[in-house]
Design a protein. Sequence first.
Length: 141
Amino acid sequence: MTVLSLSRLRTAALFASVLTVYGCAAVQETRCAPGEERAVNDEMIFGTAKPVGTVTPGEWTEFLRTSVTPRFPQGLTVWQASGQWKGADNTIVHEASFVLSLVHPDDESSEAAVRAIANEYKSRFSQESVLRVKSHACVSF
């Protein structure tokens, strides 16, 4: 494991710890109003830097078509973003990214599908991680 990998791992662990502590302090059941349904809102952030080159818009579109849409055909939202993180040498590293927002039922099949998407992206594009922010929401159509 490289120093850069260890730094990313430490950063991810710190971020997860903060979210866990905050989440435990704020855990309460989401109560939805009449006409709303309880759901999960997953926001996934996919970095584009590869060991050689970057994930191109065409590769991303193909990934959405073959990996995401079949698992969530009811719909999704995507946008491009620019992120940053602190490298092992304490310099700020900037990276283009794609953000995927999925609103879905709180069930095992959706959970498995979200995990499969992250694992497939990491494998296909040589990524160390995909950031996932999972929250409960009330939705109406």
